[in-house]
Design a protein around this ligand. Structure first.
Ligand code: GLN
Length: 310
């Protein structure tokens, strides 16, 4: 259900419009050349009302915001115990593209960094599943979460795959350590396709609101993620969703969140709301500069902190 946009959301966007600091992600040619100007905000309540402002219909590739949702799918497909044997749940304290393996077990530190997300993609569907089945699993699940049929941006996919040497290198290391057992090219291609799914802020706030609502899509009422898995995913977002800035983020903003290099940022407040913002210029951590500031404002204006006394 789309409801009238409160003036407040427009005012939040307007107050941040002249912040033009940062730049689009430079290591993916298609993103480097993206229009840096779109700016949007969307909030969906756990009961399914959406409030939005700005360029809320502008599509962009989901990038790392895919990671918590694909992790949820991997847990439901393979069971939490099996997933935990492959990927840990500790803060890495490092950038999204660090290998960050745990001493002793060689598990990626968490599923929010690339190494963990590549491993999570390889777990989808079942042992020996085809690459096509994994790709379809992700697209179907994300579409159910958004409440509409999503598609892949083939240009972003090709652009990212031809420059994915870093992810290929990490995937080869994961295979050497026995964390990945599948074909490296297929897994990295599948993970890259997952990152290239096109969404709007309204899609993302609906996906986040599904987590906030314990895994039930608030508009279609379909249970997409079981409640225990939703809890696991939100917990890991709180620990590691903002990479090396996760501790600062959780203490100051207090909203479990996940960012992506195309400029999206989603946050979840359990039982309350899913929030999504979009602005392509990134700060030095690879998080959207203006989206980060939107969350800072919402948190302080509306006491949207997980640990705010009620
Ligand atoms: N697809 C991107 C990558 O693998 C995702 C990174 C991100 O959004 N932080 O590098």
């Amino acid at each position: 259900m789309q409801t009238p946009v409160p003036d407040y959301l427009h005012e939040v966007l307007d107050s941040l419009r002249e912040d033009n600091s940062g730049e689009t992600a430079q290591y993916i040619p298609e993103l480097a050349n993206a229009d840096p100007t779109p700016f949007a905000l969307s909030i969906t309540t756990a009961t399914g009302s959406t409030y939005c402002a700005g360029d809320s219909d502008t599509p962009f590739s989901i990038q790392s915001i895919s990671k918590p949702f694909a992790y949820a799918a991997a847990i439901m497909d393979r069971g939490l115990d099996h997933v935990l044997k492959t990927i840990s749940v500790e803060a890495s304290g490092e950038a999204f593209n660090e290998l960050s393996l745990e001493d002793g077990t060689n598990r990626p530190k968490n599923p929010m960094i690339n190494a963990g997300a590549i491993a999570a993609h390889s777990l989808l569907v079942g042992k020996d599943a085809t690459a096509a089945a994994r790709n379809q699993r992700v697209l179907d699940m994300f579409s159910s979460l958004a409440g509409r049929e999503l598609s892949v941006d083939e240009d972003v996919y090709r652009s990212e795959l031809t420059t994915a040497d870093h992810n290929f290198a990490m995937a080869h290391m994961l295979r050497k350590f026995g964390i990945l057992t599948d074909d490296v090219h297929e897994v990295v291609a599948g993970y890259t396709r997952q990152c290239s799914i096109l969404v709007t802020v309204n899609d993302l706030s609906m996906m986040a609101a599904t987590l906030a609502n314990g895994g039930v899509q608030p508009v279609t009422r379909e249970r997409i993620i079981d409640a225990d898995t939703a809890r696991q995913v939100m917990s890991v977002m709180a620990v590691a969703g903002m990479y090396d800035g996760a501790g600062d983020w959780l203490t100051r903003v207090g909203i479990p969140a996940k960012s992506g290099v195309s400029g999206g940022l989603v946050g979840v407040l359990p039982d309350q709301v899913g929030v999504a913002a979009f602005s392509p210029r990134l700060d030095s951590h690879g998080n959207s500069q203006r989206s980060r500031r939107i969350f800072e404002r919402l948190s302080s204006d509306m006491d949207m902190h997980l640990f705010a006394p009620s």
